[in-house]
Every structure is written in structure tokens, then in C-alpha cells.
Design a binder for this molecule. Structure first.
Ligand code: AGP
Length: 369
């Protein structure tokens, strides 16, 4: 009903706007009052498992799998534990090697996804420690795991996942920081910076939500596009995949996410003046590399919408449209940059008169294999 949507026309928009609040709910009780230390109880209670982990395997589906890819970057960079990310639907049917000192991390908003639950059951027999990151309290996956952390973002009604994704990424950041501190694999400086910036995220999200009118105007220009490409590198590569998935599922426009440098190995053949390209070119360690990828797109007359860090003037000269987001530590950029992508998909879908909250052919939780 209208009341449940809190005055918003769709649950999806309500859930996009809830994110500053849901991040606060997600980090509450996990960061000390001084804001100087973070620990997830699931990690604290099983320190030995994390200290002796030979490998971490992340299994999930869809948006949760995209969050898992960000988790891979975070855990490998900060904790120096090798990580593999698997589609639950593939993992469960391929007789994977799982060792007793592996940790299997599973991500699921609903906690009821059939393939993910089956992957967890498969992993149980291997003796590996299983850590669940779910939203729905008491869900099947939450119950089937040895330990875990809830994301605490509240009920997500829109089929297109928004606040659950940023909640999952937030938990993965806190998990990586907790484990890295235990392992002493992170410098005190980086630990402090990331923890400080994490606590700024709700405020930064509030600022990004103010871009709504700007993004709504941009959506009008691209409503009738037949295809879209989303590009990112490093921490933003999974964000590009997620941006493309959001657009596909609610607008039914064909969209592909790619790591920007992979374009030259094939997909760049698709580029002409009819192809909109959303390029994430924020201030991070791969910024310069991403810029040369954008130049390759412009040389083929692609229409580029770039997401940049505020104050960037160079990209503006190069591309067709620019969306500016506030500056934040590179590892936290996915939390901020996801919002304009969610809003862009939302407005395009609304312009096309799509059933945004209940897109065709999709269910909120996929309880069949
Ligand atoms: C996201 O927008 C999707 N509708 C879908 O990919 C979803 O993330 C996937 O089905 C996994 O669901 P889960 O997180 O509840 O396990």
C-alpha cells in the first residue's frame, strides 16, 4: 500500500532513499563508541578459524554474488587470504575442492535462495567453517551456517536489490577490517582511515541522493536506448556489473557490465554513437587506466556518462555527461557509487512504465533451482 511505501511511488525508491539509515543500522554495535575499532561478533567468536584460514570461498547468486566480488578484493588486499567467488548454482554441481581449513562465506539477502542453500549444504560435508551474511533473521541459510553477521537493513520488498547490496558490502568491509586487525595484515593508518570513512558513508549517501533530479534528467535522454555498457575497474568492476543488472531487471534494456580494460578484447566492437556507456572513473588507484579506456570509447563515438569524484575537470572535457560523487577511500567507493546507478536504472524503468517493484519473470527470492 501507499502507506507502507512511506510516500514514495515504489518500494525500490523508498529502499534507495533508506540507505543512509540502513548503513547506520548495519554498523551499529559493531564499531566502538570512540569510532576507533570495529569487530563483528561472528569473527570475534571464531578468531582461530579466521587466523588459520587457508582460503575463503564466497558463494552467492545475483546481486549478492556482486557483493561477493567486492569482498574478494577487500579480503585479499587487507587480510592476505586467497579468495574465490563462485556462483552457488555452479559450485553445487561441480564437485569443488573444499578443505577443512577453508572458510565458506555465503551472502544472501533472503536467506532462502535454493542454489545458495544447496551450496552451503555441500560445503557442510567438507568440514569447512561456514559464515553466513544474510538479511532475513532466522532464514534457512542463516540457520544452516556455523556463524555469521546479519546486515540489518530491514525488509527489502523491491525485487531489485538496493539497500541489501550496500548492507552486504558494509558487512564485508567490517569483516575484512576485523580479520585484518587480528592478522596484523593492515597498517594502522589504513585501518584508521577506512574506519573513519566508513562512519562518513551515511552522510555521503545523503549528499548523493540529492543528485536525484540531475539523474532523472539524464534518464530522460537514455530511456529509449536499446543497449547499455557499464565499465569499472578494481573495486568498481563489480559495481559496473551490479549497475548493469539493475538496469536489465527493471527496465528490460539489454546491459552489460565489463572490466574497462576487457573492452579491447571484443566488446569494443559494439561501440558506435548509439551506445551509451556508463564509466566509473573515480579517484582511485586505477583512475589513469580507466581514463585511457574512456578515450578508447570516445574515439569510437560512444556516448559516455562518467561517474567521477567531485572537483574532477579532466573527465568532463572528454565525455558527454558527468555525475560527481564525494571523495572517499577507494575501498569504500562502491557504497557511494552504487546509489546513482540504482537511481539511473529506477528513473529509466519508470519512464518506460515498467513494474519497477515486480519486474516480469522474476521473484524476490528464487526458491527453485
Ligand atoms: C537482485 O536485484 C536480484 N533480484 C537477484 O539477483 C538476487 O540478488 C539473487 O536472486 C540472490 O538473492 P538472495 O540475496 O536473496 O540470495
Amino acid at each position: 500500500s501507499q502507506l507502507e511505501k512511506g510516500g514514495f511511488p515504489h518500494f525500490m525508491l523508498k529502499e534507495i532513499y533508506e540507505q543512509p539509515r540502513t548503513i547506520i543500522d548495519c554498523i551499529r554495535g559493531r564499531i566502538n563508541p570512540e569510532g576507533t575499532d570495529v569487530i563483528l561478533s561472528g569473527v570475534r567468536d571464531h578468531q582461530d578459524k579466521f587466523l588459520k584460514a587457508g582460503r575463503i570461498i564466497i558463494v552467492a547468486c545475483g546481486t549478492s554474488w556482486h557483493a561477493g566480488l567486492i569482498g574478494e578484493h577487500l579480503i585479499e588486499e587487507l587480510c592476505r587470504i586467497p579468495v574465490e567467488v563462485e556462483y552457488a548454482s555452479e559450485f553445487r554441481y561441480r564437485n569443488p575442492v573444499i578443505r577443512p581449513n577453508d572458510i565458506v562465506i555465503t551472502l544472501s539477502q533472503s536467506g532462502e535462495t535454493a542454489d545458495t542453500l544447496a551450496a552451503v549444504e555441500l560445503a557442510r560435508n567438507s568440514g569447512a567453517f561456514i559464515y553466513g551474511i544474510c538479511n532475513v533473521i532466522g532464514s534457512s541459510i542463516a540457520r544452516a551456517t556455523d556463524s555469521g553477521s546479519y546486515i540489518h537493513v530491514g525488509p527489502e520488498i523491491g525485487v531489485a536489490s538496493t539497500k541489501a547490496f550496500t548492507g552486504q558490502v558494509t558487512v564485508l568491509i567490517m569483516l575484512a577490517l576485523s580479520v585484518a586487525k587480528l592478522k596484523k595484515s593492515i597498517s594502522p593508518e589504513l585501518y584508521t582511515t577506512m574506519l573513519h570513512d566508513l562512519q562518513q558513508i551515511p552522510q555521503l549517501m545523503e549528499r548523493v541522493l540529492k543528485l536525484d533530479t540531475e539523474i532523472c534528467d539524464l534518464a530522460k535522454i537514455f530511456t529509449y536506448a536499446h543497449n547499455f555498457i557499464y565499465l569499472g575497474r578494481g573495486y568498481n568492476y563489480p559495481v559496473a556489473l551490479e549497475g548493469a543488472l539493475k538496469l536489465k531487471e527493471i527496465s528490460y534494456i539489454h546491459a552489460e557490465g565489463y572490466p574497462a580494460a576487457e573492452m579491447k578484447h571484443g566488446p569494443i566492437a559494439l561501440i558506435d554513437s548509439e551506445m551509451p556507456v556508463v564509466a566509473i572513473a573515480t579517484a582511485d588507484s586505477v583512475y589513469e587506466k580507466t581514463i585511457s579506456n574512456i578515450q578508447e570509447i570516445k574515439a569510437r563515438r560512444g556516448k559516455v556518462i562518467a561517474i567521477v569524484t567531485e572537483g574532477n575537470e579532466d573527465v568532463r572535457k572528454m565525455v558527454d555527461y558527468v555525475i560527481e560523487i564525494p571523495r572517499v577511500d577507494e575501498r569504500l567507493i562502491p557504497l557511494v557509487v552504487s546509489l546513482p546507478l540504482q537511481m539511473l536504472a529506477y528513473h529509466i524503468a519508470v519512464n518506460k512504465n515498467r513494474d519497477v517493484d515486480r519486474p516480469r519473470n522474476l521473484a524476490k527470492s528464487v526458491t527453485v533451482e
